[in-house]
Design a protein around this ligand. Structure first.
Ligand code: TYM
Length: 331
């Protein structure tokens, strides 16, 4: 059976982008693959969270994973920092990662632009840690959104480099995965590229948002002054709203607004109202489960412990193999 690995950084609540880019795939993959899903808490350290927030954020992602249908009986669900082997392999793989290629990574350049006072080495070597998450479990497939594509490409490079440097065929090359063939990017509400946690609260719809918050955010989403000619090309902002409608609404609802748009009689207010209600319908069951799970610390702790034990078995074996391959440990 093929192995699957994927994680989410514990930097805040999960939004529709996380759901459709990763979680929805992950929930389906649990039944078909040997799956490892985890909270990438070490990755969140690049922004120096406060210790109390750190713990709370880890718990929140675990709660959200579970509420969305990640099932610890069907997969291994764990927290990255509970697997110390990851940190050691990260150190080792850092020796195979070159500054020039790391500096060219799009996510690094973006982050460096957004946080010029905090361009730390962990931010630069973020793709190395991510590669380690993947290869320590020998993943074949990695369900992720479009924004992670380059990181997967780098993971494959590190695999090839390791194998060729040590003359082995030990790690294999993982692929980014989506059931729809192409990786997806859920757009944000501000008319620009992508829905994201770091793009600001108004750009993203969180699974945890209450109905009123969702209505407010959607009603404030960027639009334009409307089409002037029949069948005109949509601006990015409108294209984004239709993209969201496409993922949460029924096909005939989408078609209805498409027709109105093409006949130049669309009222964006109506489209937004419909979109908000359809998102609410979609996220409410998740929110309710999250609220119910939030108080059950013991249950969450147990799951975390069990997951760590399972994930460490494979991680330990990989690290031992690597120590032998590179000569730290005598054969
Ligand atoms: P993170 O925490 O930023 O996002 C988690 C997952 O959600 C996807 N995603 C999106 N997909 C579509 N449209 C969007 N607007 C959108 N926003 C986020 C991301 O592609 C991702 O799949 N580096 C990773 C975490 C990570 C990881 C790993 C993932 C660490 N190690 C190993 C896979 C394997 C990250 O920052 O994701």
């Amino acid at each position: 059976m093929e192995t699957v690995v994927s994680g989410i950084r514990s930097t805040g609540n999960l939004h529709l982008g996380n759901y459709f880019g990763m979680i929805r795939q992950a929930v389906r993959m649990q039944a078909e693959y040997n799956c490892y899903f985890f909270v990438a808490d070490l990755h969140s350290l690049t922004t120096h969270p406060k210790p109390l927030d750190f713990q709370q954020n880890v718990k929140q992602v675990l709660v959200e994973f579970l509420a969305c249908g990640i099932d610890p009986d069907k997969c291994t669900l764990y927290v990255q920092s509970d697997i110390p082997e990851i940190s050691e392999l990260y150190l080792i793989m850092n020796m195979l990662a070159y500054k020039g290629e790391l500096e060219r990574v799009v996510t690094f350049k973006d982050k460096a632009r957004k946080q010029p006072d905090n361009i730390n080495a962990g931010l630069l070597t973020y793709p190395v840690l991510m590669a380690v998450d993947i290869i320590i479990q020998h993943a074949d497939k990695v369900p992720v959104g479009k924004d992670q594509e380059q990181h997967l490409e780098m993971t494959r490079n590190y695999v090839k480099r390791f194998n060729s440097m040590y003359g082995v065929n030990y790690f294999h090359e993982p692929l980014a995965f989506n059931y729809e063939k192409n990786l997806i990017k859920i757009p944000g509400l501000d008319g620009s590229g992508k829905m994201g946690k770091s793009e600001g609260g108004k750009n993203a719809v969180y699974l945890m948002d209450k109905p009123e918050q969702i209505r407010n955010k959607i009603m404030r989403a960027v639009t334009d002054s409307g089409p002037e000619k029949p069948n005109s090309t949509k601006t990015d902002a409108i294209q984004n709203l239709f993209a969201l409608l496409n993922i949460v609404s029924k096909p005939d609802t989408v078609q209805f607004f498409e027709n109105q748009y093409n006949h130049c009689n669309i009222r964006y207010g109506d489209l937004k109202k419909q979109l908000a209600e359809d998102i609410i319908k979609f996220t409410t069951p998740f929110r309710e489960k999250m609220e119910a799970l939030s108080d059950d610390d013991l249950y969450i702790q147990n799951i975390r412990k069990q997951g760590a034990e399972k994930a460490r078995i494979t991680a330990r074996k990989t690290l031992e193999d690597v120590r032998e391959i590179i000569g730290i440990k005598a054969k």
